[in-house]
Design a protein around this ligand. Structure first.
Ligand SMILES: [Zn+2]
Length: 257
């Protein structure tokens, strides 16, 4: 383990354009449950109510969706970034981070100190609410207050359109700009680091392949096996947060010598 941490630290030192790809595994270490896991929030609801088409077409689905979304938001709004989030923010401070591609919707990368322009949120964010008609964005807490007061299917105060957390739901297409940008950055980086993702869902699974094909080194830090283990240069198995923290400590020690 110690050897691998040193090797990854050396790769980071020798790289100029690092792309970090983050999945749910990093945020579970901040106490945010993996909502799709058995026994998670989603088990209590009918999956039909999560489909975007149903959200658009009927009020009772929207009320159930907001009920479920409120429960999820309550579990993440006060969460704090862990060592792993802070290590990625540190990479940005060191001028090593080209961009951070995340599947997480909890906003923890910003709490850790990463800047807006360096983060691509592939699944959107739960920290904002968007109007599906005029695209106006609202602070999530403000809308949650309305819900808490009994407005269970809130509408836009500008145009009367439907309001929905700014996350990507089943049946909703991936955000175009973020997805295109993520592919572009993956193809142009010299080091691609996967943290806390098993890389099974599309398009997550393709990005390390694109990076590798373009000549980048691939590092995977994850508790379990991933779909890209066979093409990785270094695999570090274990708690993503702790490992990333140890790697960055090593980078800073070497940099200081
Ligand atoms: Zn609107």
């Amino acid at each position: 383990m110690e050897d691998k941490i040193r090797e990854v630290a050396q790769l980071i030192m020798g790289s100029k354009r690092i792309v970090v790809f983050v999945g749910a595994g990093l945020s579970t270490e901040s106490g945010i449950p993996d909502f799709r896991s058995p026994g998670g929030v989603w088990d209590k609801y009918d999956p039909e109510d999560f489909y975007f088409q149903n959200f658009l077409s009927n009020g009772s689905s929207r009320k159930k969706y907001w009920q479920m979304a409120t429960e999820m938001y309550d579990a993440m709004k006060d969460a704090k970034p862990n060592t792993g989030h802070l290590a990625i923010a540190e990479l940005e401070k060191l001028g090593k981070l080209d961009c951070l591609i995340t599947q997480n919707i909890d906003g923890l990368h910003f709490k850790a100190g990463n800047s807006e322009e360096n983060v691509l949120e592939l699944h959107g964010t739960a920290m904002h609410v968007a109007c599906l008609s005029c695209q106006k964005r609202f602070d999530r807490d403000a809308i949650q207050e309305r819900i808490a007061k009994g407005d269970r299917d809130p509408a836009c105060d500008s145009c009367g359109g439907l309001l929905k957390p700014a996350t990507i739901s089943f049946g909703q297409s991936m955000p175009e700009r973020e997805t295109a940008e993520a592919y572009k950055r993956s193809a142009a980086c010299d080091l691609f680091i996967v943290i806390g993702s098993s890389l099974v869902v599309h398009p997550a699974a393709q990005m390390p392949v694109v990076a590798k094909r373009s000549g980048a080194k691939l590092v995977i830090v994850n508790r379990d096996e991933t779909a890209c283990d066979d093409i990785a240069d270094i695999i570090v198995s274990g708690q993503a947060g702790q490992i990333m923290g140890a790697i960055l400590e090593k980078v800073k020690t070497v940099a200081a010598v």
